[in-house]
Design a protein around this ligand. Structure first.
Ligand code: FES
Length: 93
Protein backbone atom coordinates (compact mmCIF):
# COMPACT_ATOMS: atom_id res chain seq x y z
CA UNK A 1 0.00 0.00 0.00
CA UNK A 2 1.40 3.35 -0.98
CA UNK A 3 -0.18 6.35 0.72
CA UNK A 4 -0.85 9.50 -1.26
CA UNK A 5 -0.35 11.69 1.83
CA UNK A 6 1.53 10.93 5.01
CA UNK A 7 0.77 13.32 7.88
CA UNK A 8 3.34 13.56 10.68
CA UNK A 9 2.42 15.41 13.86
CA UNK A 10 5.08 16.20 16.42
CA UNK A 11 4.27 14.65 19.79
CA UNK A 12 7.59 15.49 21.39
CA UNK A 13 7.48 16.40 25.11
CA UNK A 14 9.95 18.64 26.92
CA UNK A 15 10.23 19.07 30.67
CA UNK A 16 9.90 22.84 30.38
CA UNK A 17 6.56 22.45 28.59
CA UNK A 18 7.71 24.31 25.48
CA UNK A 19 6.66 21.54 23.14
CA UNK A 20 3.95 20.23 20.88
CA UNK A 21 2.85 17.57 23.38
CA UNK A 22 2.06 20.26 25.98
CA UNK A 23 -0.11 21.98 23.36
CA UNK A 24 -2.26 18.91 22.87
CA UNK A 25 -0.68 17.22 19.87
CA UNK A 26 -1.47 13.69 21.05
CA UNK A 27 -5.16 14.56 21.25
CA UNK A 28 -4.94 16.25 17.85
CA UNK A 29 -3.42 13.06 16.39
CA UNK A 30 -6.40 11.12 17.75
CA UNK A 31 -8.73 13.65 16.12
CA UNK A 32 -6.83 13.35 12.83
CA UNK A 33 -7.07 9.56 12.84
CA UNK A 34 -10.73 9.69 13.84
CA UNK A 35 -11.65 12.10 11.05
CA UNK A 36 -9.66 10.17 8.45
CA UNK A 37 -11.45 6.99 9.48
CA UNK A 38 -14.88 8.68 9.46
CA UNK A 39 -14.31 9.99 5.95
CA UNK A 40 -12.94 6.66 4.67
CA UNK A 41 -9.59 8.31 3.97
CA UNK A 42 -7.39 6.07 6.09
CA UNK A 43 -5.85 2.85 4.70
CA UNK A 44 -7.16 2.45 1.15
CA UNK A 45 -8.31 6.06 1.22
CA UNK A 46 -4.66 6.97 0.85
CA UNK A 47 -3.89 9.15 3.89
CA UNK A 48 -1.92 8.04 6.94
CA UNK A 49 -1.28 10.00 10.14
CA UNK A 50 1.55 9.23 12.56
CA UNK A 51 3.46 10.62 15.50
CA UNK A 52 6.75 12.33 14.89
CA UNK A 53 9.65 13.58 16.95
CA UNK A 54 10.65 17.23 17.20
CA UNK A 55 10.87 19.34 14.04
CA UNK A 56 12.81 22.11 15.79
CA UNK A 57 10.05 24.74 15.65
CA UNK A 58 8.75 23.95 19.13
CA UNK A 59 7.42 27.41 19.97
CA UNK A 60 5.20 27.40 16.88
CA UNK A 61 3.52 24.05 17.55
CA UNK A 62 1.67 21.82 17.44
CA UNK A 63 3.53 21.24 14.18
CA UNK A 64 2.53 19.00 11.30
CA UNK A 65 4.37 18.14 8.10
CA UNK A 66 2.82 16.35 5.16
CA UNK A 67 4.84 14.23 2.73
CA UNK A 68 5.56 13.86 -0.11
CA UNK A 69 4.28 17.37 -0.74
CA UNK A 70 6.49 18.78 2.02
CA UNK A 71 3.99 21.26 3.46
CA UNK A 72 4.19 22.52 7.06
CA UNK A 73 1.15 23.36 9.18
CA UNK A 74 0.29 24.60 12.65
CA UNK A 75 -2.67 22.57 13.88
CA UNK A 76 -4.20 23.78 17.12
CA UNK A 77 -7.81 22.59 17.21
CA UNK A 78 -10.54 20.56 15.55
CA UNK A 79 -11.15 23.24 12.92
CA UNK A 80 -7.47 23.07 11.91
CA UNK A 81 -7.66 19.28 11.69
CA UNK A 82 -10.67 19.55 9.38
CA UNK A 83 -9.02 22.26 7.28
CA UNK A 84 -5.83 20.21 6.93
CA UNK A 85 -7.70 17.16 5.67
CA UNK A 86 -9.90 19.30 3.41
CA UNK A 87 -6.75 20.80 1.92
CA UNK A 88 -5.33 17.37 1.15
CA UNK A 89 -8.51 15.99 -0.37
CA UNK A 90 -9.03 19.06 -2.55
CA UNK A 91 -5.58 18.86 -4.09
CA UNK A 92 -4.01 16.26 -6.33
CA UNK A 93 -0.56 16.24 -4.78
S1 FES B 1 8.36 19.85 20.25
FE1 FES B 1 7.24 19.84 18.36
S2 FES B 1 8.58 20.84 16.99
FE2 FES B 1 9.75 20.63 18.81
Amino acid sequence: MRYQHHIFICTNARENGDCCAARGSLDLLKQLKHELRNRGLDHDGGIMANKSGCFGLCQQGPNVVVYPRGSWHRVTDTDDVTALIDGLTHSNN
